[in-house]
Design a protein around this ligand. Structure first.
Ligand SMILES: [Zn+2]
Ligand SMILES: [Zn+2]
Length: 176
């Protein structure tokens, strides 16, 4: 995922690559890469500044926020990033600082641009805040824990028991 900026010609540098999922360290129990990552795009250069536009395709393994079942989530996301040389003290410095305030700006050293972080960020931004196995997931019964997508339980037929009411009932019977 490292490109030497000298490789980027006037017409830009088109690339298409596949990286092993281990490369991106997205491996939590409830959010992990389930497939190697395909990246394609174009790098362009304006003096020392490098621009990336492209796409990332992969598959994430997630656990449903409602029923907790594992499921896979297809990621097909856009990639956009901007790189400036680290510690550039040239006439561009003022402009570079300004660009550094953009969230998309990253730094590179020794004329080598590494896209790993941009790709990782792109994948993580594509993770939904609430992941559902399907839009109408019924979730788990809050009382007995049965997965309501797979079957029903009898809880809904009984009124919920409020522990305070139980105590009141016991007291009432005591003082009858
Ligand atoms: Zn679910
Ligand atoms: Zn139940």
């Amino acid at each position: 995922m490292v490109f030497n900026i000298d490789e980027i010609g006037d017409e830009g540098l088109n690339f298409k690559t596949r990286k092993r999922k281990e490369h991106f360290c997205i491996d939590q129990a409830d959010c992990f890469l389930n497939k190697d990552v395909e990246i394609f795009g174009v790098l362009t250069r304006l003096n020392e500044e490098v621009f990336l536009t492209g796409r990332v395709n992969t598959v994430l393994g997630l656990n449903c926020s409602r029923c907790l079942e594992p499921f896979t989530h297809l990621v097909e996301t856009k990639l956009k990033a901007h790189f400036v040389p680290l510690g550039d003290k040239s006439a561009l410095a003022g402009e570079v600082e300004l660009h550094a305030a953009d969230i998309d700006t990253e730094f590179y050293e020794n004329d080598r641009v590494d896209l790993t972080q941009s790709v990782r960020d792109g994948i993580l931004l594509a993770v939904p805040v609430i992941f559902l196995c399907r839009e109408d997931c019924n979730g788990l019964c809050s009382r007995c824990g049965v997965n309501l997508n797979q079957g029903s339980c009898s809880c809904a037929k009984e009124p919920p028991i409020d522990p305070r009411l139980e105590i009141l009932k016991t007291l009432k019977e005591k003082f009858k």
